[in-house]
Design a protein around this ligand. Structure first.
Ligand SMILES: NC(=O)c1ccc[n+]([C@@H]2O[C@H](COP(=O)([O-])OP(=O)(O)OC[C@H]3O[C@@H](n4cnc5c(N)ncnc54)[C@H](O)[C@@H]3O)[C@@H](O)[C@H]2O)c1
Ligand SMILES: [Zn+2]
Ligand SMILES: [Zn+2]
Length: 437
């Protein structure tokens, strides 16, 4: 798939953008970074460090990075136009190390977190803070062709989203750094702010955009870091009941014990919708997909995916469509890439369901509000989701362990040689090879 997609992209050429993805090498230094070599083959290697390439650039010295469920799609080779040598990672924080000549509002040494999307700040979408939809930063003609229009460029997320080197590294070049970095107050620990890059705005957006309101009964498919945060936001927004669905025992127990919700183990309850109707005879008001399209459940979709008859499976969406009440709402925050067979369009139409593609979440719309209204006053403490801390040297092993959901892993804080020590109450460093199965 990668070879065909890369050939198509080369044939079509790139779309003009206001930022260029490639960085100029810093002649003074190299750095460690997690590099993609092929499906299920990622390695931490020494690569050239980035230097200021365009006048609005900021170079960030990384003090915290992590892995996301979305990285697993790259790891498994499910996202198009990956290239050998790509640096992955789209969630990172650090301190400003160098600034380009046009950067006026950020100073060397300042503590910042990056948004996973790179935005121009000027197009119609950016003006509305719908940052993931920026029109001017993603050069992928393949995405334009497949979707009619392209998302913003993202850090470390294939050439389908612009080919920008990512944040699982010691240094990152942040194009248009003044808008794509959020300055951080000194007194909030790293473990509480790193996830403003992605999973906090993403989970908040899933709940807000799907319209969870007071009294709603909400089903959450997938209890990885996104699903666990969606559960918390749904409760904060007044959901009367939240039901989480997964098959990983530690993740089910985590949601039950830490967030006090009801759960369904889909290994035990093969017919998830039947179980939901036993629990909620009227049907769910809202269903949110926080799962992963690379893990189809049924043999039929496993086969269709293997034979490339579809790129994605519609199983979770179909379960949601059947489980919500008439006129209910279904949100898709989980990533999908292309086409799925057997979609239950009848249930969607006949029940009058609002099916909402939540999109890649617009981080810029929410990150300041989440920091000032929820994290600082203690209304939402993101450290509940941080289960492990490991060094960047272990990043390749972490891909495998996170993919296998080893050792009760949810979100991981990945430290570099520039990181501060762990904050009180947060996980201490471990090595991935020591994790229990
Ligand atoms: N839209 C965005 O902006 C955005 C941002 C970040 C992540 N994501 C996506 O959100 C999803 C979740 O991310 P994560 O970091 O929590 O990932 P994760 O891989 O850690 O968790 C996914 C969970 O879904 C469960 N799951 C898989 N198939 C399921 C099914 N059929 N029914 C119920 N549960 C199922 C898995 O067991 C796993 O626990 C991923 O698809 C990721 O790509 C989207
Ligand atoms: Zn992500
Ligand atoms: Zn824009």
């Amino acid at each position: 798939m990668q070879a065909v997609a890369n050939a198509a992209q080369n044939y079509m050429g790139t779309v003009p953008t206001v930022v260029q993805p490639e960085y100029k090498r810093d002649p003074e230094r190299t750095m460690k970074a997690l590099v993609w070599f092929g499906a299920r083959d990622v390695r931490v290697v020494e690569v050239p460090a980035p230097d200021i390439t365009e006048d609005e650039d900021v170079i960030v010295k990384v003090t915290g990075t992590t892995i996301c469920g979305s990285d697993l799609h790259l790891y498994h080779g499910e996202i198009m136009t990956m290239q050998k040598g790509d640096i992955l990672g789209h969630e990172f924080m650090g301190v400003v190390d160098k600034v380009g000549p046009n950067v006026k509002n950020l100073k060397v040494g300042q503590r910042v977190v990056a948004s996973f999307q790179i935005i121009c700040g000027e197009c119609d979408y950016c003006k509305q803070k719908l940052s993931s939809m920026c029109d001017k930063t993603n050069n992928s003609s393949l995405q334009q062709y497949m979707y009619g229009q392209a998302d913003a460029g993202f850090f470390g997320y294939s050439h389908f989203t612009g080919g920008f080197p990512g944040g699982q590294a010691e240094f990152v070049r942040v194009p248009k750094g003044e808008i794509n970095l959020l300055p951080l107050p000194e007194n909030v620990p790293d473990e509480k702010v790193l996830y403003l890059s992605d999973i906090l705005p993403t989970s908040f957006h899933a709940v807000a955009d799907t319209g969870v309101t007071k009294g709603d009964v909400v089903g959450v498919w997938g209890l990885g870091p996104i699903g666990q945060c969606v559960v918390r936001w749904a409760k904060l927004m007044g959901a009367s009941r939240v039901i989480g669905i997964d098959r990983i025992p530690e993740r089910l127990a985590f949601a039950k014990e830490k967030s006090g919700i009801e759960v369904i183990d889909f290994k035990e309850h093969k017919d998830v919708t039947k179980r939901i109707y036993e629990m909620v005879p009227r049907g769910l008001d809202v269903a949110i997909d926080c799962g992963s399209f690379h893990e189809p459940k049924s043999m039929s979709h496993k086969v269709q995916k293997t034979l490339m008859l579809e790129t994605d499976a519609p199983e979770t969406i179909n379960e949601m469509l059947v489980s919500v009440r008439k006129m209910g709402r279904c949100g898709i925050i989980a990533a999908y890439a292309g086409f799925a067979n057997g979609f239950n369009v009848g249930a969607l139409m006949e029940k009058g369901i609002r099916l909402i593609g939540n999109g890649q979440a617009p981080v810029h719309k929410y990150w300041k509000e989440i920091l000032t209204d929820y994290i600082i006053p203690g209304k939402f403490d993101p450290t509940f989701i941080v289960t492990h801390r490991v060094p960047l040297d272990d990043m390749a092993k972490l891909y495998e362990a996170f993919s296998q959901r080893k050792s009760g892993v949810e979100k991981v804080f990945v430290e570099t040689k520039f990181s501060s020590p762990p904050s009180p109450g947060c996980p201490k460093p471990t090595r991935v090879h020591e994790w229990a199965m």
